[in-house]
Design a protein around this ligand. Structure first.
Ligand SMILES: Nc1ncnc2c1ncn2[C@@H]1O[C@H](COP(=O)(O)OP(=O)(O)OP(=O)(O)O)[C@@H](O)[C@H]1O
Ligand SMILES: [Mg+2]
Length: 468
């Protein structure tokens, strides 16, 4: 009897101990645990509720969830939803303490299916929500900064329009080399903006307030180029001015000299140019005196100097001296993203010039986007002027576009008209050769453009053009 009594006391003590432990676990949970009976009367809550509602756990006991909702302790009761559905419910809840909770409420049913208890578990997402908001704000800020950087980048190159990835790379390189005195070789087809880019390079260099002089090596006769570039002394040749004349290298002292169409520079002048680059001094024609010059040299070409070097039409040593930083401007057809901004740019310029207000129809823009622009930006610039000046109304429609644009293939493939891949490719090849041959009636040029041998270019020309 005595020992049975002792066992009961011991069991009771163990039970109490276990109870305490469970209460401790219940209370120390960071998540809020909120228990009501089947009628929604609060019967048990842990201390997390004080953080979420600002109310002591003991003051919540006995209150219905309805009352708590009316008091504004939380915005919507999840327990009520479970009372309606007897199903597990998960919802967001906002509390009087501005906490943001994710609440999952579970019904506890008795054997007869009636609601016995509802147990809510609430996860505090306030910090997560704050962090999410902060992250969104940061992302918006980063996006804004990116836009500003892009704007600053293009604003820096005022008047030089570009948005395409290809031109962004080009302009990043321009930014890097502008401030140095390094020789730059700009390559690209006619009208892509080589001269304009040379000016940008100068305008962003430390020499911007010094002269920027251009010499077109292709448009001056050989003897004139020499005296233009290097100058002469009195009596150097018949017809030489009295007192001699300064050459452009001397006039550009402190600034930049831009040698356009450098491929056309005669071989004996290539030697003289090499000397300027290497020794930074010139000798006027007829003089024996060396004159030091501090000039940055930028050159441009739309011919392949590399091929000319191979054919011994251009000095290899000069080629390497000039090609320190090559900058290749891609043709407009390879950077279609620039077409629309350029159109807008020229509409604005021309509108101001002629005091007109003109827009383009979507169809017209589509045609301009699909056109191949063999004359690149120069062609686009001239065409925009022509279109706007001759526009009859305020909107220019396809019918008002020049014939070469509307006649150009709009690169639409009608799949239902393809009979076989071989015929399709054959047709494409014929069109390509006919197009190319119009602009470049030379097997050598076509072979170069298509990177095929000249003999196969001749064969294809015979097949597609000569025997049409
Ligand atoms: N990115 C650009 N943004 C605005 N205008 C441009 C741009 N590039 C070129 N242009 C304009 O297009 C026209 C042709 O450009 P530019 O004369 O520089 O071409 P180019 O490559 O030097 O041609 P060429 O090989 O015939 O010398 C110029 O009026 C120039 O101002
Ligand atoms: Mg040019």
């Amino acid at each position: 009897m005595q020992s049975e009594m002792g066992k009961l006391v011991e069991d009771n003590r163990k039970l109490q101990q276990r109870n305490k432990e469970l209460e401790m676990i219940f209370d120390s949970s960071y998540d809020e645990i909120f228990v009501t009976d089947g009628q929604g009367i609060t019967i048990q809550v842990n201390s997390a509720c004080e953080r979420n509602y600002g109310i002591d756990a003991k003051d919540l006991i006995g209150k219905t969830v309805e009352e708590l909702e009316t008091m504004g302790v939380f915005d919507q009761s999840v327990t009520k939803k479970v009372m309606d559905t007897k199903q597990q419910v998960t919802m967001f809840q906002k509390t009087s303490q501005e906490r943001f909770l994710l609440v999952t409420a579970n019904p506890v049913l008795s054997e007869d299916g009636s609601l016995q208890k509802i147990i809510c578990n609430s996860k505090d997402l306030t910090e997560v929500k704050k962090l999410k908001k902060k992250l969104e704000e940061m992302e918006q800020l980063v996006e804004k900064y990116h836009e500003e950087i892009d704007e600053l980048k293009s604003a820096r190159f005022s008047g030089y329009v570009f948005v395409s990835k290809q031109m962004q790379h080009v302009m990043d390189l321009v930014s890097k080399v502008a401030k140095t005195d390094v020789t730059v070789m700009i390559t690209g087809e006619s009208g892509v903006g080589k001269t304009a880019l040379a000016k940008q390079l100068h305008n962003h260099s430390t020499r911007q307030n010094q002269p920027f002089l251009t010499v077109n090596c292709g448009s001056l006769p050989e003897n004139l180029i020499e005296s233009e570039l290097f100058g002469y002394v009195e009596g150097a040749f018949t017809g030489a001015s009295k007192g001699g004349k300064k050459g452009l290298f001397e006039s550009a002292d402190g600034g930049t000299i831009f040698l356009d169409e450098i491929s056309e520079l005669p071989l004996h002048l290539q030697v003289k140019l090499l000397r300027v680059l290497q020794e930074k001094e010139i000798t006027r024609i007829g003089s024996i005196k060396d004159v030091p010059v501090d000039v940055r040299v930028i050159v441009a070409t739309n011919k392949s100097l590399e091929a000319m070097v191979e054919e011994r039409q251009f000095r290899e040593d000069l080629y390497y001296r000039l090609n320190v930083v090559p900058i290749d401007i891609p043709p407009l057809r390879e950077r279609k993203d620039d077409i629309l901004p350029l159109i807008k740019h020229y509409i604005e310029l021309v509108e101001n010039k002629y005091d007109k207000n003109v827009s383009l129809s979507t169809d017209a823009v589509q045609h301009l986007m699909n056109y191949k622009w063999p004359g690149n930006i120069r062609e686009l610039e001239n065409m925009m002027e022509r279109i706007i000046v001759t526009a009859s109304g305020s909107e220019v429609d396809v019918r008002e576009l020049p014939g070469n644009i509307t006649a150009s293939k709009q690169q639409v493939v009608h799949y239902d008209t393809i009979d076989s891949l071989k015929n399709f490719l054959e047709k494409q090849e014929r069109e390509l050769f006919q197009d190319l041959y119009k602009d470049h009636p030379s097997s050598y040029k076509i072979a170069e453009l298509l990177n095929i041998s000249q003999s196969s270019a001749i064969r294809k020309i015979q097949k597609h053009i000569s025997q049409k």
